[in-house]
Design a protein around this ligand. Structure first.
Ligand SMILES: [Zn+2]
Length: 307
């Protein structure tokens, strides 16, 4: 691990921190290839700013720990790209991904210029001829479990942006994949909500779900999210995450009926609805697919509270 000493003056506990990170990385390296994290740390006004190979993380002081955040993001980037991009290059992201952690909702809403917004995380990306020329994540540190639910969710959107070169994905699939990166607790919450909706017969018809391009109104949003991650799970369980990503590629040139036929041997949307009905007939047996993305990653908040 390398630290640029010019920035060390701004961060008195950097030595302790680098030793912690080296320890964390060596533990993870035992089970997978993890990126080398070079850190540059500085303080800008009320922000701690840390740059690693692929991220520029800014945290509103006093918490959380921006260096730990950068390492956390690098590990997630590595895992997500391994899961969703089978031919990922070794090149670092240029430009880096900005990650801004706001201390409270008002600061988050001000930064996004979205007064009244109640979301916890948000991703912005710009593309030029399929190449990502801007990527930025904003999250709220005052939201419970932000580092294990909202942040991995938003990082997944960025990796999907890279995978699909800025082509718009169906909303249900984009959100469905992102929710599979959320913490077990968050997914459990979504599953309970979905099962309740299924039990009450409140599920959206498949034709409506797959054609929804904008997030529905707030009161229908939980239902949309739950069904999206369930449908994504249903299709991934038929094959693999990589195959599901290829199916989304197919949708760039084929209509849904044809893509379902070619990739999943399903006779169009009607057959998908039948499959879905069979799968959800007993709501309590519905489960989301388990992608072991969190395994071995130390949550930022839990670790930061140890100090
Ligand atoms: Zn999302």
């Amino acid at each position: 691990m390398h630290c640029r000493t010019g920035f060390d003056l701004f961060y008195p506990s950097l030595l302790a921190l680098t030793s912690f990170l080296a320890n964390q990385l060596s533990l993870l390296a035992a089970e997978e290839l993890v990126p080398t994290v070079s850190l540059a740390v500085k303080t800008v006004g009320s922000w701690r700013v840390v740059e690693s190979s692929n991220f520029r993380c800014s945290c509103q002081l006093p918490e959380p720990d921006a260096s730990r955040l950068a390492e956390f993001c690098e590990i997630w980037r590595c895992r997500l790209r391994k899961t969703w991009i089978t031919d990922a290059s070794d090149e670092n992201w240029q430009p880096k991904c900005e990650v801004c952690v706001h201390s409270h909702r008002e600061a988050y809403n001000d930064a996004l210029r979205r007064p009244g917004d109640v979301s916890v995380g948000s991703t912005s990306m710009n593309f030029d001829q399929g190449r990502m020329v801007f990527r930025r994540i904003d999250v709220r540190a005052d939201a419970g479990d932000w580092s294990n639910a909202a942040l991995p969710h938003e990082l997944t959107h960025v990796v999907l942006g890279e995978r699909f070169g800025g082509h718009a994905l169906p909303r249900w699939a984009d959100e469905g994949i992102a929710m599979l990166s959320e913490s077990v607790e968050k997914q459990r919450e979504r599953l309970v909500n979905l099962r309740q909706n299924l039990s009450r017969g409140l599920a959206m018809p498949m034709a409506e779900l797959v054609r929804t391009n904008r997030l529905p109104a707030q009161q229908f949003r939980d239902a949309f999210y739950g069904q999206s991650v369930a449908l994504t799970s249903c299709l991934i369980q038929k094959s693999t995450p990589a195959e599901f990503a290829d199916f989304l590629d197919d949708l760039q040139r084929l209509d849904l009926d044809e893509a379902l036929k070619q990739r999943y041997q399903l006779n169009g949307l009607a057959a998908l609805q039948t499959d879905w009905d069979r799968w959800t007939r007993q709501p309590l047996t519905v489960e989301f697919v388990n992608l072991p993305l969190h395994k071995g990653i130390t949550p930022i908040l839990a670790a930061a509270n140890d100090q």
